[in-house]
Design a protein around this ligand. Structure first.
Ligand code: GTP
Ligand code: MG
Length: 335
């Protein structure tokens, strides 16, 4: 699924100005029809209403149809939209655009009929002005809808573009433990790495190729050991990835506790993730370059039931071995 095709949503003024410019251009090209001067003016002014309507409705159609059909999206994306934007609000905003479009069409039909009945130039002009004024206010009254849709589009653009047939490996763990550093070293992705928590605020995608096998690797925002209902928006995205798209989990712990969180809490989260998602797990015992021996012993005890690798991803240690283990776990899934 790729959300990059959604059309940029501009301000109401943009569409109105464009419609007027287009109308001026098209009107110049018109061959006037009618027997009397009044008929000719009527013809021209009625055409103007058509041009305005056509331009605005085309733009609305382009926006609405560039959004995906939400009910056809995989559940992962539906829930991702729900967490980040609100699916109901998004559907409502798109319905508002369609409502504006229908209103313009309705208005045009009504005012064209009124124009047809006009007996003098003044009346024709006043009907045209009424149409322009009402269309203008219809658009401008809904400026919030346009702003909301543009912000939704920008959010959706950041969603990972996943290939459905390519397996997904999910890197997760407490904040600040080295998840993004691992993604960078596994996939060569350019990611933000900072010495404080909550650096990664959304799902990031990288890829690894080995021979003719390609896999997708997702780096997630940090998770805490706490109940689902207390989780924030960032954590919920990680949970979605673990629940819907992950084949193999790479769980990182930082036994040095330099991340700012206790080893005990990290190990408790590891247990919870393994029980809740029931997927193969590779545990990365990270930052051994700065881990005191005592903590390392506790970590070894805590992860012994899992396949695990001790490393310092910062120093690019054991990266080939981590890749090998990931592919091994993926192969074991097919058996
Ligand atoms: N000493 C040491 N520091 C490391 C190691 N791996 C990562 N770090 C440091 O830990 C900090 C956090 O690294 P990130 O990769 O941003 O951690 P993260 O888990 O993605 O963090 P969030 O996105 O905030 O959850 C950075 O300062 C890294 O340089 C390591 O093996 N050894
Ligand atoms: Mg990160």
């Amino acid at each position: 699924m790729d959300f990059h095709d959604i059309k940029k949503i501009e301000s109401p003024e943009f569409y109105i100005d464009k419609a007027f410019r287009q109308t001026a251009r098209e009107t110049k090209k018109l061959r006037l029809r009618g027997k009397t001067p009044l008929d000719k003016v009527k013809y021209k002014e009625m055409k103007k209403l058509d041009f305005i309507e056509e331009s605005l409705c085309n733009d609305i159609n382009k926006i609405v149809s560039s959004f995906p059909s939400f009910h056809k999206l995989p559940l992962f994306y539906q829930e991702l939209i729900n967490i980040n934007i609100g699916l109901t609000n998004l559907k409502k905003a798109l319905a508002t655009l369609t409502w504006i479009k229908n209103k313009i069409k309705e208005l045009k039909t009504k005012l064209k009929a009124k124009m047809k009945e006009a007996k003098d130039f003044r009346k024709i002009n006043s009907v045209r002005k009424e149409f322009y004024g009402r269309v203008n206010s219809l658009f401008k009254r809904k400026a919030d809808t346009f702003r909301f849709l543009e912000s939704a589009r920008r959010t959706m653009e950041t969603f990972p573009t996943l290939k459905t047939k390519m397996p997904v490996v999910c890197i997760c763990g407490y904040p600040n433990v080295g998840k993004s550093t691992l993604l960078k070293n596994l996939c060569g992705s350019k990611v933000e790495i900072k010495p404080y928590p909550f650096t990664t605020q959304r799902l990031l995608l990288g890829k690894i190729k080995q021979g003719n096998k390609k896999i997708q690797v997702i780096d997630t925002p940090g998770l805490f050991d706490r109940p689902l209902k207390e989780r924030n928006k960032m954590e919920l995205q990680s949970i979605l990835a673990l629940k819907y798209i992950t084949s193999v989990i790479v769980f990182i712990i930082d036994p040095s506790e330099a991340c700012g969180y206790s080893l005990e809490n990290q190990l408790s989260l590891l247990k919870e993730v393994s029980v809740k998602f029931k997927k193969p797990i590779l545990v990365i015992v990270n930052k051994i370059d700065i881990t005191p021996e005592k903590n390392l012993q506790t970590a070894r005890e805590g992860v012994k039931e899992f396949r695990n690798i001790e490393t310092s991803v910062n120093n690019e240690e054991n990266i080939p071995q981590i890749k090998k283990e990931i592919f091994k776990l993926l192969r074991s899934l097919k058996k």
